[in-house]
Design a protein around this ligand. Structure first.
Ligand code: NAD
Length: 452
């Protein structure tokens, strides 16, 4: 039975909108519609598909203010982030609009004829999105999937469905045919799980927690369904004594507290070489205390509230370890948590090992390069991270040794649509983004044509 629920503004605790939870019957009807649309969409010429993706990109740009305002209100994102996120969807669409006309196969030399490979679309692709970056993560899924000739059913997270719903409407406005991009607000256990079990959904692209990702992978096994998993992280920010310590310390708050720490790439473990610890902490404390946690509508805001009371309670449960210092945050209403710096006892501490998904960072020291690498790799996750050093050889050695899908040297950059992104170990399976992402939304077909 279809029900509905209230979406809450996490900065004010006020109701923003009432949104439907689609039931199983409605979900199945939309999947059937997407399967029907696929029969037409897969035959749209590459040039026309490219043109439509560019038109969609332009419409998103034309609505960037509206989309950003929706995300500020729905997710508590800062104005700066929300505008970047809307632009990121437009830019990702533009980037993948080049793909339909470049889906090259190979001609393979064989005796007796000619052998050709084709990259065929899969059919209906199910994209499941978390609440932390609702717009870009939706775009990173649907843009390459549509470019490859698939149709998409997309389930936003329960907390943050509004921008995804609007993006679905904007796709129609841009001329993308009905049924090609479908947004299905609803529960993970109903709509999301149906993507896993429905035989017409040929792939699930999931971004979310490692716990749910494991269930999805197990569920997909039943039909040998294609699956990509973008999961949790506990990324290391490794600062060597020879680094520009002031620069590393100035950037470290943004690397973990951006989006109130609700970021799979948050550098929530800081490892500082022992000889540089005091200098780092002196500059880091100044930077943390300057970090602006305030009304996300303000142009100066660097961090807003947590998404929900539930998330607030989870994050608060980690604050029983030694607190080195905290920044400031507004008092309620809203789910406000100040940027917090912990000094755990050792690498077995809960805050050091678990993904907190809030504005909390833990700091430990290491003696030398070997110990720094060992400590950084001592995690079930391997998603992102930073290495700060002026020694090029060390930067290269450490980058190669760290078990992580994305690393930045002397920078906190993480996800960029031009480059592949995904996790080692329990941070995920497969890669999204970059020039090859479209391939993960295709099947490779081999055809031999005889000379005879
Ligand atoms: P979550 O796993 O609780 O939910 C993610 C999505 O899955 C939601 O849309 C949810 O409704 C749906 N879902 C829940 N149960 C389901 C089920 N049984 N079947 C199908 N779908 C189901 O995650 P969250 O709390 O929304 O997001 C936070 C997590 O996402 C963090 O662990 C974070 O690290 C991770 N994340 C990873 C990346 C990445 O690219 N690696 C990016 C952003 C967030």
């Amino acid at each position: 039975m279809s029900t509905s629920y209230d979406v809450i503004n996490p900065a004010t605790e006020q109701i923003v909108k009432n949104v439907p939870h689609l039931d199983l019957e409605q979900t199945d009807a939309i999947i059937a519609k997407a399967a029907k649309a696929f029969e037409t969409w897969k035959n749209v010429t590459p040039g026309e598909r490219a043109r439509l993706l560019r038109a969609f990109s332009q419409v998103v740009t034309d609505h960037r203010e509206e989309l950003a305002q929706l995300e500020i209100t729905n997710a508590g994102h800062t104005r700066g982030n929300a505008l970047w996120e809307a632009d990121n969807v437009a830019n990702t669409l533009m980037y993948y609009s080049a793909a339909p006309e470049r889906l090259f196969g190979k001609q393979i030399p064989v005796p007796g004829g000619i052998d050709i490979t084709f990259k065929e679309p899969l059919g209906v692709v199910g994209i499941i999105v978390p609440w932390n970056f609702p717009m870009p993560i939706a775009g990173w899924g649907f843009a390459p999937a549509l470019a490859a000739g698939n149709t998409v059913v997309l389930k936003p997270a329960e907390y943050t469905p509004l921008t995804a719903i609007r993006l679905g409407e904007l796709a129609l406005l841009a001329g993308i045919p009905e049924g090609v991009l479908n947004i299905l607000p609803g529960k993970g256990s109903v709509v999301g799980n149906r993507f896993v079990t429905h035989p017409l959904v040929r792939k699930v692209g999931f971004t979310g927690s490692t716990e749910v990702g494991k269930q999805i992978m197990a569920g997909c096994a039943d039909q040998v369904k294609r699956v990509t998993l973008e999961l949790g992280g506990k990324s290391a920010n490794i600062i060597f004594a020879d680094a520009d310590i002031e620069k590393a310390a100035a950037g470290a708050p943004g690397a973990v507290f951006d989006n109130a720490g609700q970021d799979c790439c948050a550098r929530s473990r800081i490892l500082v070489q022992k000889s540089a610890f005091d200098k780092f902490m002196e500059h880091f404390e100044v930077a943390v205390k300057k970090f602006r946690c305030e009304d996300p509508n303000l142009a100066t805001a660097e961090m807003g509230p947590l998404i929900s009371k539930k998330q607030f309670d989870v994050v608060e449960s980690y604050l029983d370890e030694k607190i080195a210092f905290q920044g400031s945050a507004p008092s309620g209403p809203g789910y406000w948590m100040p940027p917090t710096v912990l000094l755990p006892k050792n690498a077995q501490a809960k805050s050091w090992r678990e993904e907190i998904f809030g504005p909390v960072v833990s700091i430990l020291t290491f003696e030398d390069e070997a110990e720094g690498i060992k400590m950084a790799n001592d995690s079930e996750y391997g998603l992102s991270g930073s290495i700060w050093t002026r020694d090029v050889g060390k930067a290269l050695r450490v980058s190669r040794a760290i078990e992580s899908g994305a690393l930045s040297v002397n920078s906190n950059s993480s996800v960029r649509f031009w480059t592949p992104f995904g996790g080692f170990k329990q941070s995920g399976l497969g890669r999204g983004l970059g020039p090859d992402a479209v391939d993960s939304y295709t099947e490779l077909k081999n055809v031999f044509i005889s000379n005879d």
